[in-house]
Design a protein around this ligand. Structure first.
Ligand code: NAD
Length: 170
């Protein structure tokens, strides 16, 4: 099974590494080319105990690859920023761009998971209309899920392993 993770920041990089070390083939994507080059050189920019060693292992055994472009996959996980504006609304531009980036790579049977923190109805009103451009029926031919990440900095790998999740999917 192949997973494509969009956004290799504080949430996306450990998630990509974690899934790669648990049997999935993972391709990580970031628009920040400096970050891509650092990962390829096995340099870490997310400080979490054990992450560098785990990342080095999955890069060495080929279960994690990275680039600035998505690839076809079974699952797509979007972990891009959603900064809050001074007026206290979430900036969804990164989510919109990430969703648009994966549309050409979506195939029948795919599951797209939004991991970013977003306001209610973002999946229905923002993500799904973009994914419909791939011309598959949502909920029958391709599937969409929202799984907001809730981890505490400093114990991220443990939290990724142990935290329960609620997964609305259609
Ligand atoms: N950091 C936390 O502790 C934490 C905890 C829970 C939830 N979250 C949420 O998770 C989401 C991601 O946060 P983060 O802290 O990982 O952000 P981050 O800023 O650390 O990383 C985001 C990454 O996404 C990349 N990116 C942006 N647009 C892209 C695109 N179109 N394609 C590919 N890459 C793209 C950026 O270059 C960056 O490397 C946010 O919604 C945040 O609110 C964060």
């Amino acid at each position: 099974m192949k997973l494509c993770v969009i956004g290799l920041g504080y949430i996306g990089l450990p998630s990509a590494v974690f899934f790669a070390s648990h049997g999935l083939h993972v391709h990580g994507v970031d628009i920040d080319l400096e970050r891509i080059e650092k990962i390829k050189k096995k340099e870490i920019y997310v400080e979490e105990t054990g992450l560098k060693e785990m990342m080095t292992a999955v890069l060495d055994n080929g279960s994690l690859t990275v680039s600035d472009k998505p690839v076809e996959a079974d699952f797509f996980l979007l972990a891009v920023p959603t900064p809050v504006s001074p007026l206290k609304s979430a900036n969804l531009d990164y989510v919109i761009r990430a969703a648009e980036m994966i549309v050409p790579y979506i195939r029948k049977g795919n599951l797209v998971i939004l991991e970013s923190t977003v306001p209610p109805l973002t999946v229905n009103n923002v993500l799904i209309p973009i994914l419909k451009q791939a011309r598959y029926i949502i909920g029958e031919e391709i599937f969409v899920s929202y799984s907001a990440e809730r981890v505490l900095p400093g114990s991220l790998l443990e939290e990724l392993t142990c935290n329960d999740r609620v997964l609305p999917t259609r």
